[in-house]
Every structure is written in C-alpha cells, then in structure tokens.
Design a protein around this ligand. Structure first.
Ligand code: GDP
Length: 288
C-alpha cells in the first residue's frame, strides 16, 4: 500500500497519534531492521512528547544479523529499550511484554509494596506504512484483529486487546507515521525493500541504487547469484554499475531486439529476487 503524504495528512496523522498518547503508557515504535533510520519518522521524538517508548527492529529475519546487532547497540547507546523481532513468524515477539513491563518496574514495584494490584500497561504501536504494524498486532493478539494495510485517516472504534496474561493492553489500531521523503536516498532504500511503490521512483534508478550498495557490501552473494567476475573498480562510475545491471539481464535472458539488455526487466528481476531473499539477508544502512 502506498500513501501519498501531503502536509494535511501529516498533520492529521500526527494529531491522531497525539490523541492516542493520552490513553497509553508506552509507545512501541516499529522500524525496519534493514533500514532503521530510513524507516523512521523524522519527527518521532517531537511527536511522542517524552512518552516511554521501546524500539522494535522488525523484519529482522530479512536483515543482516551482524548489522542488526550493531543497530541494537546503537539504539541502546541512545538510551532506548530495543529488541529485534520478526512479526511474521513471531520470533522475539514473546519478549515484548516483559520488556515493556521493565520500563515501569519501579512504579509496579511501588504499587505491589502498597498492596495495589498493578493495572495493565497500555501500549500503542506506531510506524510508517508497511513496516509490519498490523502483522505485529495480530501476532501479539494471537488472532486476526488488524487488517494489514490500514489507511491513515480511516477511523473506527478503538479497542483494547489484552495480551500477556492481561498484563498488557494493546490498542488495536496502530499509529501511522510518514518517512523522511526529503532525502532521496531514504526514498531509494524504502523502494528497494518494496515499502514504497516503484511507480514513485524510476525502477532502473531503484535497481541502480541497490546494485551500487550490494556490490560494496554483499559482493559474494551478487557474484555467485549472477555469475559476475569482478567487482566494479570505481563504484562512483555509473557505467560500471550499469554493466552489472546488464550482466544480470543477460543471465536472466532479459534481452530485447538487437541483443540489447532490457534494463527495466533486469531491474525488476533483481529487485524481485532481492526481496524474495534470493541474495540472502541484507541491510541497507549501518550505524557505524
Ligand atoms: P503495516 O502497514 O505497518 O500494518 O504493515 P503490514 O503488517 O501490513 O506488513 C507489511 C508487509 O510486511 C506484509 O506483507 C507482511 O507480511 C510483511 N511483514 C511484516 N512483518 C514481517 C517480518 O517480521 N518479516 C517479514 N519477512 N515480513 C514481514
């Protein structure tokens, strides 16, 4: 799903989240483990107004595990409580309630000491489109509650979903945020993962961006899959990147009349294979 964000949408999305903040104790900020910064809302700190928060690196099953470890360290150094998860299969999801409770440990301990039964912690999931919010809500609920592909601006009655032995109550509608569009590389990273539609950016440009990154950081996987010989000598020479795109096209039989490579088709094949995990796990940005 792709949303065209305009200032009015952003203001409305922001207001919707801020209305929900009044109801909740903790925000669960969902970002994509492959591109944690690019899949983040640039105004998140301001929007959350100091609400306790945990950061979840979702789709960790698709990301480079070593880079994910670095990101966890990075966010911890920034003072955030952070977990890597895979909402699709549920890996890491069972640790969310205990981690949320840790944020309120002092308060809960005080209540227990006074003989008060602590009330459930109320949580809201927020994140940009396609990051996995609905998948996570359904996974935590253990049943289908949130329709994947929720639209901003669509209002319905909100409900609390009781999870983790009723110790956590999760709002069934997530808060939808927008990514940082002004930076073109952010747009490309999101497009490589399929988080934004290919029609918005040129598919050959998206593939070009992907190839340039992959040959630098995941050369062995590229070499093996597409039978490539040598990595580019000068990564900043566009001709060398296009030559790799052509090699991919030839390998996959994407040829047009006259024997030229169909670059659009080669691009589409590369992106499809990459997203399907055929080149292995990859991350598109690293913290250090
Ligand atoms: P939302 O727009 O944030 O609610 O995102 P969705 O929950 O609709 O998920 C978007 C897509 O990402 C769907 O195709 C999900 O199956 C997929 N997805 C969500 N979480 C994960 C995950 O942890 N790993 C993988 N591989 N795919 C995921």
């Amino acid at each position: 799903m792709t949303i065209q964000w305009f200032p009015g949408h952003m203001t409305r999305a922001r207001r919707q989240i801020q209305d929900k903040l009044k109801l909740i104790d903790v925000v669960i900020e969902l970002i994509d483990a492959r591109l944690p910064i690019s899949s983040r809302n640039p105004m998140i700190d301001e929007i959350l107004q100091g609400k306790p928060r945990m950061i979840l690196l979702n789709k960790a099953d698709l990301a480079d595990p070593e880079v994910t470890e670095e990101w966890i360290k990075y966010f911890k150094e920034e003072g955030h409580t952070t977990l890597a998860i895979d909402a699709n299969t549920g890996t890491g999801v069972k640790d969310i309630p205990a981690t949320a409770k840790l944020l309120f440990k002092d308060k809960i301990d005080r209540q227990i000491a006074k003989g008060i039964n602590p009330r459930p912690i109320r949580a809201l999931i927020v994140g940009i489109p396609n990051v996995g919010k609905s998948t996570l809500i359904n996974r935590m609920a253990g049943r289908n509650i949130a329709a994947t592909g929720d639209k901003p601006g669509v209002t319905k009655a909100q409900q609390w979903i009781k999870v983790a032995n009723r110790e956590i109550e999760l709002l069934d509608t997530p808060g939808i945020l927008w990514p940082k569009f002004e930076d073109q590389n952010v747009g490309y990273r999101l497009a490589v993962t399929g988080a934004i539609k290919e029609e918005i950016l040129n598919i050959e440009d998206i593939a070009f961006f992907a190839i340039k990154y992959l040959v630098q950081f995941y050369w062995p996987a590229m070499k093996e899959r597409y039978g490539l010989e040598e990595p580019p000598k000068d990564i900043d020479n566009p001709d060398e990147i296009v030559a790799i795109m052509e090699a991919i096209g030839r390998k996959r039989g994407a040829i047009i009349s006259g024997g030229r490579v169909d670059l659009e088709k080669a691009s589409s094949i590369l992106l499809r294979e990459l997203r399907a995990g055929k080149l292995g796990r990859f991350s598109l940005e690293a913290p250090y």
